[in-house]
Design a protein. Structure first.
Lengths: 255, 255
DNA sequence: AGATGTGACTGGTCCGACCAGTGGACTAGG
DNA sequence: CCTAGTCCACTGGTCGGACCAGTCACATCT
């Protein structure tokens, strides 16, 4: 008799396309270490025979792998597609998509920056070497010089400062998140910033803030440095945030 | 006379494939809001005429978009490919990939969690309403009950707690990042956790920590709450991090 | 009205073809 | 002997057409 003591649980199944299986096979080989960056894949026509599918299917698989940063195909290359070293590019792409599409408010993005930047500076004040401190101070000098040139130049120098801090914090995830969110924020308010009349005063104030941050880093006071950094971001961006949405930002500054 | 006062700077150029232009057009339309999740793309054959390319090219573009979680194609669907809402799937995939090859270390991921979770709790302690505080305390009760059931059940209740906190913090970017990184961390050390012998003691300690955090939130002491949360994560995960890499984690706890 | 069947679509896969490049081998020149 | 040039097999990129299995809307039949 067929018992029915325990009802069998079936799970919904979605069709697996041929090109997906190819992607899986190649990614698995990569995860197992059978394929390493720098190596070459066989040519598309060779893969056709190995996987026993058409070239269209092989190509769709290669396009997926390529968009994920796993391989790169070059026309005419007799060695075939190249296995690439791992890069944060695709991760950044996904995060940008998250920040742009997921109906995020400007206030959320700025709060995120305050958190990330503060944490990076807190880490930096603890982990920095003397050489790295000197590097950071060097970027301050560049900022001061940039003030007399151009707002774009100042912005560039500012980016250099934050990149130096991120390097010191030795956390590439923080670094990547920060860069992505900074880019998205700038794309949201770049037009408004361009119209700022008192840009020179803004730049001077920003430089002043950065200098205080570096002083706190030199003193090894991570908590003060982080707080200053968050305050700086708040002062810089708060005017673009509607008043009721500023509450969470202030919550990140008060102790 | 052709002057050569300022040498022209040329930049390296790499060929842009047709399918990439299609991807760009669709992604741009999405970024501009002309395409929103739930809408449908024209059928492949219709896209062929709109983009004036072959179906192979259109399909390669769709495969790329599909692997990035932007659209989904179903055979036979007369409405055409569907624009998907944002999903953390691809983001997690990229992070997991980087974490597996040591491009991201476990220490970096945990530091990230300590920062994000601490910030979320700091925000929550400032922004919470009384009802939300009650909700969080309710999840603590669920955690206590789960201890007697199963480690998986406890883990689930823990997730519920953190989700409640993230809701209160009213920042979906923090929430998403936290979820993604938690998933990646778990996938990296799930095998080791399964072998933990003193899991009951771990669960009790974790519950104790969470209770303290909620107390600090009730008191409105965001700084203490955040510090406790970071300490909790450190105690929970530090054993899986090699000693020299724990320094940055400790730097996030010390005041 | 409800069940049923039909047909115009869909995407998934395959095939064969052409093109513009690349790079190595081979050859002609020093 | 070595170098410079040519040549050609082969690469990936794109195209057009074909077939299949599945889906859904609609018209048909009971």
């Amino acid at each position: 008799m067929a018992g029915r003591v325990q009802p069998v649980r079936f799970e919904p199944v979605q069709p697996v396309r041929a090109y997906q299986r190819i992607v899986e096979q190649i990614e698995d080989a990569l995860a197992r270490g059978e394929l390493t960056p720098g190596q070459r894949l066989p040519s598309e026509r060779e893969l056709v025979t190995q996987f026993a599918v058409s070239r269209s299917t092989v190509r769709e698989a290669l396009r997926v792998l390529e968009s994920n940063g796993v391989v790169r195909s070059r026309p005419g290359d007799p060695n075939g597609p190249e296995i690439l070293p791992f890069s944060q590019g695709p991760l950044r792409k996904q995060m940008t998509r998250l920040a742009r599409v997921d109906e995020l408010t400007l206030a959320e993005l700025i709060a995120f920056r305050m958190i990330m930047d503060g944490a990076a500076i807190q880490l930096a004040s603890r982990l920095r070497t003397d050489e790295q401190l000197a590097e950071m101070e060097q970027t301050l000098v560049a900022m001061r010089e940039a003030i007399d040139i151009d707002f774009a130049a100042f912005s560039e120098a500012d980016v250099a400062f934050h990149e130096a801090v991120a390097r010191v914090s030795r956390n590439s995830l923080i670094q990547t998140c920060n860069e992505v969110v900074r880019g998205v924020v700038l794309s949201l308010i770049s037009d408004k910033i361009a119209h700022a009349t008192n840009s020179r005063a803004l730049m001077l104030a920003s430089l002043e803030h950065h200098t205080e941050v570096v002083e706190a880093i030199r003193a090894g006071d991570g908590h003060a440095a982080a707080r200053l950094a968050r305050q700086n971001l708040y002062d810089y961006y708060a005017t673009y945030v509607p008043e009721p949405a500023r509450d969470p930002l202030r919550a990140l500054i008060d102790d």
